[in-house]
Design a protein around this ligand. Structure first.
Ligand code: BGC
Length: 905
C-alpha cells in the first residue's frame, strides 16, 4: 500500500513537472549571447517547451539587468507582465544601452491557462563601441617599404605590462584587409577571414573578443598579422585590385578591467612594431605562399626579441563608419581526411577528399629546410582521370609551403580560401599518407535548421549537395561560386536561393547584414549593382531578376523569421529599386532593355533550334517589374504605409495589363513560348484567371515534349515545380524532380556530384565538360529546388498573415514514386516537422508543431471518416479541430505537439 502511494505521488510530481512550460533557446538579436552589438534596441526571442499539446503563451515578463542575478539596482528594464503571445523579436524597452556594457536577461511566460513558467536561465548580450569617440586606437600600417609584387603579410606586435589582477578584457579589432590576432602565443577567437566582407568604403565591421583568459600577470605580448583579403586582393577580372585601398592597416583596442575596478587600454599606436614573417604572398583567388624559414613561432610571445623590427606608420583614420558584426563569423567547420591518394594517368599525385568543399587544407610534413610543397586545389578530374584546372580560369588556387626542416611542421593558409574536392600535391618529401592532409570547410557559422530525407537515395544526395552548395557559398556574403576568379555576391543567385537557404540554416543574421550592403551599394537612381559588395569598377548597370534581390530577400526573411524590422530597414532600398524601374518604364509599364542576363544558363538542347527554351529578356524585365511592385505593395501593407499600398497596387494593375496586352495571346500563349515564360507569368500572377489553365497546359506540354525535362535557367528554375503544384500538376513536378537523365537535378547526382553545378550539363554523359569559361561545380542557384522539397514534398510552409511560423501550414504532397518523405525545420518557435510514409494504400503522416504556434494540417485523404489521430478516430481526437474536405485533403487545425495521422488513400 505504502509502495503504491509513493508511486502515485511520484507519478503526480512527474506529471506536474511535465505539464509545466519551460522557457529555453534565448536569442538576443537573433544570436546566442552575442558579444558586441550596436543595435540600440535589440530584440529578444525565446522558445516555450512542454510535453503537453496545444501550448500557447498568454503573457510574458522580461527582466534585463547588469548582472546575472538581474535584481534590485541592477535591473535596467522590467517589462512587467505583458499580456501577449509574442515570443519572437520582442524589442528591448529599457533605458539607452551603453557602449561596452554587458546585459543579462531572463524571461518567464504564462501559458493559455494562465499558469506561470519558472524563470528561464539567464542569457546575455554585450554592446559594442557605440560612438566613434569610444575608439582610442589609431590605425597603423607597416613601417617599412612594401614589396609591391608579392605583398607579404605584415606582422604587428607590442609587449605590455599588467601590474594588477585582470577581471575581464575585451579586444576590439578590425583591419583594412584580413587579420589574425594572438595574445601570448594563443590565437584570439576562432573567426576566420575576419573582419568579414562588407562594402568596405561604406562600413567596416569590427569584432569583439573576450580575451580575459589569454592575459597573464606582468609581461604580455600581442601580435597581429594581416592579409590583403577582399580589401586589396585581385577581385573580378583583369587588373582589378586595391578596390578599397592600396595599403593594409590595423585598428585594435584592448580594454582591460582590473579586479579593483580600474581600467586600462592597450591600443594600436606609434608604440607598435612591424615586420614580415612566413606568409610571403596571400591573395583570395591565387592562394598563399609561406616560407617557414622566414617565420618565427614565438613572434606573438613575450620572449621574442623585436629589436630588429621596424616601427609602424600611424595612418589617417579610415573615413568609413565602424560597425559591430551582425552575423556569425566564418569558422572552421567539417574536417575531411583523404578518401583516396592516387597517381593520375598523366603522373600527377592527387588526393581526393570525397566532398567538394570550400576552405583550406591543413598539412603535416617532415622534410629538409628549403623543401617546398605545393597544393593545387581543384574540383573535378577530366574524362581520363587527370587533373582539370581549366574551369578555375585565372584563379591559381594554390598553397605553397617552404619548410624550415626541424621535424614535423604544420601549415595552413590564413588569408585565402579555395573551392575543391581534390588537391594535386607536388614536392612532398617522403611518402604522402592520409594523415598528412586534412581538408577543413570554412563558412559562416550559421545554425543548421533543416533536414530532408526520403526513400530515394538520389534525392537524399541532392539534399546533401544543396546544403554543401550553401556551405561553400555562404562565406560572409552569398557568392555565386567559390573557386574560379569570381566568388562574388551575385544578386540574382542570392534571390533565387534565399528561400531554400532559410530552410537549411538560420540565415537571418547573414542576410540582414548583406542586405544593408545591397542598400548602401545601390546606385543613386535606385538600380542595384550586379554584385554586392560592388567591386565591378565602372559597371553601372542592373539586371531584372538580379536587382530584385532588394525586394525578394527581405520579403523572404520576413516570411520565414517574422522579422518586420528587416522590412522597415530595407524599405527605402526596396522602393528605390521599383521607382528606378518605374522611371525606365514610364507610361508604357513595360521595362525594355532591363534584363542583361535573361533566364541565365537555361538549358538549350543542341538538337533543337537556336531559340529553343529562350525567354525574351524584355519580357522577363516586365515580369520582374510586376513581381517587385507586388512585393513592395505587400511590404507597404505590413508597415502600414497605406498611400504606398494604394499607389503600388494601382501600378501593378497597369503593369499586368500592359504585360498581357503586349505578350499574351487570347489563347494564353506567351510571346516566348518557353517554360520560364509560363512559370514566371503564372508564379507572379500575371495572367487573367481564364488563361491560367491553358498556360499550365502549354508548360506541361513543353515538359512532356522533352520527355519530362526542364529547360529553365536561373530565373525560371526556382519556381518551376511550385507553379506545377499550384496549378494541380504535382505529378509533373515529381517527374522533373526524379528525372535522372540530363537536364535534371538528379543527373549531376548520378554523375557523382557532391555539390550543385552551375550548369545542367557541366559534365556531359561522356564525361567531357561544358565551356571551361564558365563551368563551376559549386554554384547554388539550381539548388533552389530545395524549397519545393521542404515546402511541397514534405509540406512545411509558413502562413503569410502570421509569418515566422507563428501559424504553420502542413500540406504534404504524396507521390507514387516515393514511399517516404520527411523534413524538419528549427524555427524561432521550435522544431516543425512533417513526415509521410505510405505502405500500399495506407498513409501515415507524423507532424510536430512547436509550442506557441498553431497549424493547419492537410491530410491526404478522400474523406475524414477513415482517418485516425494517434489511433483515435479523427472526430473524437482530442485537440484536433476538423475543418473539412478540401480537394484531395482533409484539413484540420491543431496546436503544438506531436500528431500522428493514419489514413487510407
Ligand atoms: C556568375 C553568376 C551570375 C552571372 C550573371 C556568372 O559569372 O557566376 O552566377 O549570376 O555571372 O551573369
Amino acid at each position: 500500500m505504502k509502495k503504491y502511494l509513493l508511486l502515485s505521488l511520484l507519478c503526480l510530481i512527474v506529471s506536474i513537472v511535465n505539464a509545466q512550460v519551460t522557457v529555453t533557446g534565448l536569442l538576443s538579436e537573433n544570436r546566442v549571447n552575442p558579444l558586441g552589438l550596436d543595435v540600440v534596441q535589440p530584440r529578444l526571442t525565446w522558445q516555450l517547451s512542454s510535453t503537453q499539446r496545444n501550448v500557447l503563451q498568454s503573457a510574458y515578463e522580461v527582466v534585463v539587468g547588469l548582472s546575472a542575478a538581474a535584481k534590485g539596482n541592477d535591473v535596467v528594464w522590467s517589462s512587467g507582465k505583458v499580456t501577449s503571445g509574442q515570443s519572437v523579436h520582442v524589442p528591448y524597452g529599457g533605458a539607452a544601452l551603453q557602449s561596452g556594457k554587458k546585459y543579462f536577461w531572463k524571461v518567464r511566460v504564462w501559458d493559455q491557462n494562465g499558469k506561470a513558467s519558472p524563470w528561464s536561465e539567464t542569457a546575455n548580450w554585450e554592446m559594442g563601441l557605440l560612438q566613434p569617440a569610444d575608439w582610442k586606437a589609431k590605425w597603423i600600417g607597416q613601417g617599412f617599404p612594401e614589396d609591391s609584387i608579392m605583398r607579404p603579410s605584415p606582422l604587428f606586435r607590442r609587449s605590455f605590462h599588467l601590474a594588477k589582477k585582470v577581471k575581464s578584457a575585451r579586444a576590439y579589432i578590425t583591419a583594412h584587409g584580413l587579420y589574425e590576432a594572438f595574445i601570448n602565443g594563443k590565437r584570439v577567437g576562432d573567426a576566420y577571414l575576419a573582419p568579414g566582407w562588407t562594402s568596405y568604403n561604406k562600413r567596416l565591421q569590427y569584432q569583439v573578443y573576450d580575451v580575459t583568459s589569454l592575459l597573464q600577470s606582468a609581461a604580455n605580448a600581442i601580435g597581429v598579422q594581416l592579409g590583403s583579403g577582399w580589401y586589396r586582393s585581385h577581385l573580378a577580372w583583369e587588373d582589378n585590385k586595391n578596390i578599397y585601398g592600396k595599403t593594409s592597416g590595423l585598428l585594435l583596442q584592448l580594454a582591460i578591467t582590473y579586479t579593483d575596478g580600474s581600467k586600462e587600454l592597450v591600443v594600436t599606436d606609434e608604440n607598435w612594431k612591424s615586420s614580415t614573417g612566413a606568409i610571403r604572398y596571400s591573395e583570395i583567388y591565387n592562394g598563399e605562399i609561406q616560407d617557414a624559414r622566414q617565420g618565427n613561432d614565438t613572434w606573438t610571445t613575450t620572449t621574442f626579441n623585436d629589436a630588429s623590427w621596424s616601427g609602424v606608420q600611424v595612418q589617417q583614420p579610415g573615413t568609413e563608419p565602424l560597425i559591430a558584426t551582425y552575423n556569425e563569423p566564418i569558422r572552421k567547420k567539417e574536417k575531411f581526411i583523404p578518401v583516396k591518394i592516387f597517381t593520375t594517368p598523366k603522373g600527377e599525385k592527387v588526393v581526393d577528399f570525397g566532398q567538394n568543399l570550400v576552405g583550406l587544407v591543413e598539412v603535416k610534413v617532415n622534410g629538409k629546410a628549403g623543401d617546398s610543397v605545393k597544393l593545387t586545389h581543384f574540383e573535378v578530374l577530366d574524362k581520363f582521370g587527370n587533373v582539370y584546372l581549366a574551369n578555375l580560369r585565372a584563379a591559381k588556387q594554390q598553397a605553397v609551403y617552404v619548410l624550415k626542416g626541424n621535424g614535423t611542421e604544420q601549415f595552413e593558409p590564413h588569408f585565402t580560401f579555395q573551392g575543391f574536392r581534390y588537391v594535386k600535391v607536388e614536392g612532398f618529401p617522403g611518402e604522402l599518407k592520409p594523415e598528412n592532409l586534412t581538408a577543413v570547410a570554412l563558412y559562416s557559422d550559421m545554425k543548421p535548421t533543416g533536414t530532408f530525407t526520403s526513400s530515394n537515395a538520389l534525392l537524399n544526395q541532392l539534399q546533401h549537395n544543396i546544403q554543401w552548395g550553401q556551405k561553400g557559398n555562404f562565406l560572409d556574403v552569398p557568392t555565386d561560386c567559390p573557386q574560379r576568379d569570381e566568388r562574388l555576391g551575385w544578386t540574382g543567385d542570392a534571390q533565387a536561393f534565399c528561400r531554400t537557404a532559410a530552410f537549411n540554416m538560420d540565415v537571418l543574421p547573414f542576410f540582414t547584414k548583406w542586405m544593408k550592403d545591397v542598400a548602401l551599394d545601390q546606385f543613386e537612381d535606385g538600380s542595384v549593382p550586379f554584385v554586392i559588395p560592388n567591386v565591378l569598377k565602372g559597371v553601372k548597370a542592373t539586371s531584372a531578376g538580379w536587382g530584385d534581390v532588394s525586394l525578394i530577400a527581405p520579403w523572404t526573411m520576413y516570411l520565414v523569421y517574422g522579422d518586420r524590422r528587416i522590412l522597415e530597414t530595407q524599405y527605402p532600398s526596396m522602393k528605390a529599386y521599383v521607382e528606378y524601374i518605374r522611371n525606365k518604364a514610364g507610361d508604357s509599364y513595360l521595362w525594355k532593355g532591363g534584363s542583361v542576363f535573361g533566364d541565365w544558363l537555361f538549358y538549350k538542347s543542341m538538337a533543337q533550334t537556336e531559340s529553343d527554351g529562350y525567354t525574351s529578356p524584355d519580357m522577363i524585365a516586365t515580369m520582374f517589374y510586376a513581381y517587385s511592385t507586388h512585393l513592395l505593395a505587400k511590404t507597404a501593407e505590413v508597415l502600414g504605409k497605406q498611400d504606398d499600398v494604394k499607389f503600388y497596387t494601382d501600378l501593378l494593375t497597369k503593369i499586368k495589363a500592359a504585360f498581357v496586352k503586349n505578350y499574351v495571346t487570347g489563347e494564353g500563349r506567351i510571346a516566348s513560348d518557353s517554360q520560364t515564360a509560363y512559370v514566371l507569368a503564372l508564379k507572379f500572377g500575371l495572367l487573367p484567371d481564364d488563361l491560367q489553365v491553358k498556360a499550365t497546359q502549354y508548360l506541361v506540354d513543353d515538359i512532356k515534349g522533352r520527355g519530362n525535362h526542364l529547360s529553365t535557367g536561373f530565373l525560371g528554375t526556382p519556381y518551376l515545380c511550385h507553379v506545377l503544384t499550384e496549378n494541380g500538376r504535382t505529378d509533373v513536378a515529381y517527374d522533373l524532380l526524379l528525372q535522372e537523365k540530363f537536364p535534371s537535378w538528379l543527373y549531376p547526382v548520378k554523375m557523382g556530384a557532391t555539390t550543385i553545378w552551375e550548369r545542367w550539363d557541366g559534365q556531359k554523359p561522356d564525361s567531357t565538360f561544358q565551356d571551361a569559361g564558365m563551368n563551376s561545380f559549386n554554384h547554388y542557384a539550381y539548388g533552389a529546388i530545395g524549397d519545393w522539397m521542404y515546402q511541397v514534398a514534405a509540406g512545411i510552409d509558413v502562413v503569410e498573415s502570421d509569418p515566422g511560423y507563428k501559424k504553420i501550414k502542413i500540406q504534404p504532397h504524396i507521390s507514387d514514386k516515393l514511399n517516404e518523405v520527411g523534413a524538419s525545420v528549427k524555427t524561432y518557435y521550435g522544431t516543425v516537422s512533417s513526415k509521410w510514409k505510405t505502405s500500399g494504400s495506407d498513409l501515415t503522416l507524423s507532424v510536430e508543431i512547436p509550442a506557441n504556434t498553431t497549424a493547419t494540417i492537410y491530410i491526404p485523404a478522400k474523406s475524414a471518416d477513415g482517418i485516425t489521430e494517434n489511433n483515435v478516430a479523427l472526430s473524437s481526437a482530442a485537440g484536433v479541430k476538423v475543418i473539412g474536405q478540401q480537394g484531395d485533403y482533409v484539413a484540420v487545425e491543431v496546436g503544438s505537439g506531436k500528431w500522428e495521422f493514419k489514413s487510407s488513400k
